[in-house]
Ligand binder design. Sequence first.
Ligand SMILES: Cc1cc2nc3c(=O)[nH]c(=O)nc-3n(C[C@H](O)[C@H](O)[C@H](O)COP(=O)(O)OP(=O)(O)OC[C@H]3O[C@@H](n4cnc5c(N)ncnc54)[C@H](O)[C@@H]3O)c2cc1C
Length: 434
Amino acid sequence: MKKADVVIVGTGVAGLFCALNIPENKNVFMITKDSIENNDSYLAQGGISALKNKQDYESYFEDTMRAGHYENDKKAVEVMIKSSQDIIKELINYGVEFDMEGDSFSYTREGAHSDFRILHHKDITGKEITSKLIMAVNKRKNITVSEYSKMVDIIEENNKCTGIVYRKNGKTEVVKSKVTILATGGIGGVFENSTNFPHLTADGIAVALKHNIDIKDINYIQIHPTTLYTKQKGRRFLISESVRGEGAYLLNKKGERFVNELLPRDIVSSAILNQMEKDRSDYVYISVTHLEPDFVKSKFPNIYEKCLEEGYDMTKEPIPVTPAQHYFMGGIKVDTESRTSMKNLYASGEVSCTGVHGANRLASNSLLESLVFAKRGVIDFMSYIDDIEISDFIPDLAIYEYDEKIDEEYKNIVLDEIKRKDVEFYDKWCKHVG
Ligand SMILES: Cc1cc2nc3c(=O)[nH]c(=O)nc-3n(C[C@H](O)[C@H](O)[C@H](O)COP(=O)(O)OP(=O)(O)OC[C@H]3O[C@@H](n4cnc5c(N)ncnc54)[C@H](O)[C@@H]3O)c2cc1C
């Protein structure tokens, strides 16, 4: 039986940052369902929000609250914004490079931000941050990463989490731990149309529901307005919010604008859906043909190249786009120290619900949220981890033998709960995108 001081499920920014904040005298066992870099963190294009200066506080706070329909947890929002500058410094210490203008950061803007406060590395910010954190994790002797290892359950003893059960190479394995962190990311894998990696099938949420761990706002699911339309199956390619932030137009089939492109995502997504119904079309268009081609190519090299691969030169023609599932605001309910309702179990990143986003996420707040609260969770449990004994209890493992059955069961647990909470959402979006 494996033992670790801390088990972390997931190698996105949340899992990686938890691991890096754990002192080197504690042994850490990380698992991921796929390869270490195949996670949504790697895909983030737009950037990471940060408080620009003291004067920006009120406006950043208000933008986050307004986007979240004022359902946000004010304390969590305050903690996130006030921690942002320190987190950015830490990322830079890990070697992360942000685009600069001379000696100052080059800030960009996305929908519903009233100011330019988003740090970015071209349009591959997630790759830049995640790859540098992975490099740092790989240098740590106290951290072991097991790839292609799927958590199928947590181990519960008297409402305490004492480890996990996972499947690797067709075998069921157990690792017992003092503290367990779920950093399993989003839920896009349960939808047919999503910008997320398909292996992100909401396993953390399903396991939490199964163990009666508190969940919040499971029906708060963000639909991204603009993903590249294609008839093929698989992950949908995102046309980042910052393309609209820099002035792109949304056009109907007659080439007319039909919505203010900088409104929050949920409003723009619904406007697109209505327009698609009016146009009897599976898509609308996004156009940057009125912007300087060199500006477009230098600002969005990755998006430009991907569109070219699909046969569209975005500097010359409008691109067909359609909404798709993108982000999960709800999740395992946590406090500002990332504690769940189960003892010794923490949740960080997209799988958790800190309340920062309320009913709708402000663009580029999620990488920041993941990092801020990952670190706070570690600081919290480090104050008592030495008092925890690892138990020897092993559950019955026979029930985990059939992976496909578990996958199906977990997907249904999650979809049923979304439907139970919000039939209207389920009917409107799960039928369109799922
Ligand atoms: C296309 C795209 C663009 C985005 N752009 C931005 C942006 O510009 N700015 C921003 O702030 N946010 C952006 N986001 C959102 C942001 O990337 C995510 O919210 C954030 O990275 C989540 O980090 P995470 O660590 O929680 O999850 P992820 O990075 O998704 O990591 C989840 C991890 O959990 C593992 N896992 C899942 N289930 C299991 C299991 N059962 N067993 C073992 N391992 C498991 C996965 O393999 C993976 O390693 C974007 C998202 C997408 C999809």
